[in-house]
Design a protein around this ligand. Structure first.
Ligand SMILES: CC(=O)[C@@H](O)[C@H](O)COP(=O)(O)O
Ligand SMILES: NCC(=O)COP(=O)(O)O
Length: 237
């Protein structure tokens, strides 16, 4: 089974647009779990332009499924994750001014840094995952960092899916086979949607978890969260 973790960054973006507390990120997350979400993901950035560090603390109190915090492990982020103690931390090498995540780790160049940070999280019992492009060397490099899992960065899959889904999935299947052989758990995320998720899930051996935010929230504007989550769960079962 592949778990669905819902990324609630976009709920915070909408809240912040008015400066108040509508929609309330905690209440929405409670409902998402009620509708069947098997995890809640957040990706706080240093400028706190969507999810704020306080949201992470507030969510920790109410998330009953899997709590996944993603981000670039600058000191402030490391301190937050160690304080909040989520189920999983996903390390993403995003620049401070990036609109959204736009690359995976160079796991060779940053090997010793990643080893150090991952060790710190694992010492506290937090499962680790690192965001990587579907490239053989990067998957092999990920193994040497000591991470429990990788998160395959799926933007290129999502982009190419509409015109050539076989070509779109190929590097991801190759990467998954290597990860399986190396006994690395596999998560995936970025621009996954109701349109492209089923083919991805059915093609990737041992896909443990997907985190989905932007498309899921956009789809929910038309169909509502309850319906959309039920649809994802069907496609992921
Ligand atoms: C790692 C990843 O792909 C997601 O966390 C993505 O960065 C979501 O963040 P935004 O909602 O800010 O785009
Ligand atoms: N890790 C990916 C994630 O949390 C959601 O990304 P997106 O669906 O908002 O592109």
């Amino acid at each position: 089974m592949t778990k669905l973790s819902v990324n609630v960054n976009k709920i915070a973006t909408l809240r912040n647009a008015r400066g108040g507390d509508v929609p309330n990120v905690v209440n929405v997350s409670v409902d998402l779990e009620k509708f069947g979400a098997q995890g809640i993901t957040i990706h706080p950035r240093p400028d706190e332009r969507h999810i704020r560090y306080q949201d992470a603390r507030d969510l920790k109190k109410i998330v009953t499924t899997e709590f996944n915090i993603e981000g670039n492990p600058v000191q402030k982020f490391i301190d937050l994750v160690l304080e909040v103690n989520p189920t999983q931390v996903t390390l993403v090498p995003d620049a401070v001014d990036a609109i959204t995540s736009d690359a995976g780790w160079d796991t060779i160049k940053h090997k010793s840094f990643l080893q150090e940070v991952i060790k710190e999280f694992k010492n506290q019992g937090i499962r680790t995952s690192i965001f990587v492009d579907p490239v053989q060397e990067m998957i092999e490099g990920a193994k040497s960092t000591g991470t429990d899992r990788i998160e395959l960065y799926t933007e290129s899959y999502a982009k190419l899916y509409a015109t050539d889904k076989e070509a779109a999935i190929r590097p991801y299947i190759d990467s998954a086979l290597i990860a399986n052989e190396l006994e690395l758990g596999i998560n995936a995320g970025h621009d996954l949607s109701l349109e492209n998720i089923e083919y991805f899930k059915n093609s990737i051996p041992n896909l443990l978890e997907v985190s989905i935010g932007h498309a899921l929230v956009s789809e929910a504007l038309y169909y509502g969260f309850e319906t959309v989550i039920a649809e994802y769960l069907k496609k992921l079962s």
